[in-house]
Design a protein around this ligand. Structure first.
Ligand SMILES: Nc1nc2c(c(=O)[nH]1)N[C@H]1C(S)=C(S)[C@@H](COP(=O)(O)O)O[C@H]1N2
Ligand SMILES: [Mo]
Length: 335
């Protein structure tokens, strides 16, 4: 087979991008024939940085094949430059693997992400426990280059690959009582040292939620990859939520359960500190965190000499698409 796994591809083969583009078009010709070759933009790929780079996380073979056929959704992508891959996989928040930014990349490498299944239930016509591979099978994966804005006032541009959340939800047929969607991370203290820690300020498992209209919005996305490759464990493999207009803590990782429910879910950070972390958590420069300003953010990578401080945008710059969802909501009360 001509197609290589990412760890077989030497950095010299990955750059420059124009070379990659040609190879990709070539491969697409091989894989999908003329119809595929005619469409789409190549996915954003990792670029080599320095010695000591972590290897690209390979993920399962079935996912590799599907990632190769992915297409960028240019309409829903920013043209800002993505953070270097090595930065995006070594500066993480994933408290199940430790609270320091470098803990997840250190502690999550052995995390088992395949096989994986997702239990979908609650107010749906087709509840069930679905292997991830089967859930994804019907879809052409798409890439979306989006801004991730953490409530801690840093941000990063990341090219995620996955499927629209609405596509998945519609397949399980929510009924009229389904007003919210609740997402739950794996609970496995054996694999997740943070869940064993007696110092943890969070209750496990990690739970997040969206209102049903937010979940059905075209910007709501389930990622299984980034930078054209499988999602690494520290970034929430094998399945994580991407909601670009909301603070990063809503972007729940390593999802094992999705429930459609009538009542607003009791979410992890909201439970831990309700005056600091609201259920909605829409990015909002006008509503400060009780302990720091949200007016600006540090766009990563940054350094002491190039702090790269930029203004934070309402709804993280996605206001045109999502502001109408909150027409009737006082955003200072429902932060
Ligand atoms: N299960 C789980 N999901 C999580 C977190 C976490 O600690 N546990 N941290 C959140 C926070 S605060 C942020 S900013 C993003 C960070 O995503 P990244 O590490 O891929 O950049 O993941 C979110 N998802
Ligand atoms: Mo965050």
């Amino acid at each position: 087979m001509l197609i290589k796994k990412p760890d077989d591809i030497r950095p010299s083969e990955i750059t420059p991008e124009s070379v990659y583009l040609n190879r990709r078009q070539f491969m697409r010709g091989l894989l999908g024939g003329a119809a595929l070759a005619a469409s789409g933009t190549a996915l954003a790929l990792p670029k080599p940085e320095f010695d000591g780079d972590l290897p690209v996380y390979p993920g399962p073979d079935w996912l590799q094949a599907q990632l190769r056929a992915g297409e960028r959704n240019t309409e829903l992508s920013t043209d800002e430059a993505p953070a270097p891959y090595q930065h995006a996989i070594r500066h993480n928040n994933f408290y199940e693997f430790g609270t320091r930014k470098t803990d997840p990349s250190r502690n999550a490498q052995q995390f088992v992400t395949d096989p994986w299944s997702v239990e979908i239930g609650g107010e749906v016509g087709k509840p069930g426990t679905y292997p991830l591979e089967d859930l994804l099978k019907p879809y052409r994966l798409e890439e979306r280059i989006v801004r991730l804005r953490c409530v801690e006032a840093w941000s990063m541009v990341i090219p995620f690959v996955g499927i629209p959340l609405a596509d998945l939800l519609k397949r399980v047929q929510p009924n009229s009582r389904a007003r919210y969607v609740e997402f739950t991370t794996l609970h496995d203290p054996q694999q997740m040292p943070g869940q064993r820690s007696v110092f943890s300020t969070l209750d496990w498992p990690y739970v997040e939620g969206l209102r049903i209209d937010e979940a059905m919005h075209p910007l709501s996305f389930l990622a299984v990859g980034m930078y054209g490759n499988a999602l690494p464990p520290q970034n929430g493999a094998p399945l994580r939520l991407v909601v670009p207009w909301k603070y990063g803590f809503k972007w729940v990782k390593s999802i094992v359960k999705i429930r459609l429910v009538e009542q607003m879910p009791n979410t992890t950070w909201n439970r831990a500190a309700p005056d600091e972390y609201g259920f909605y958590a829409n990015v909002n420069p006008a509503v400060d965190h009780p302990r720091w300003s949200q007016a600006t953010e540090r766009r990563l990578p940054s350094s002491l000499f190039q702090p790269n401080i930029i203004d934070t945008q309402p709804f993280n710059g996605y206001g045109e698409q999502v502001a109408h969802l909150y027409r009737d909501l006082d955003l200072t009360k429902w932060f």
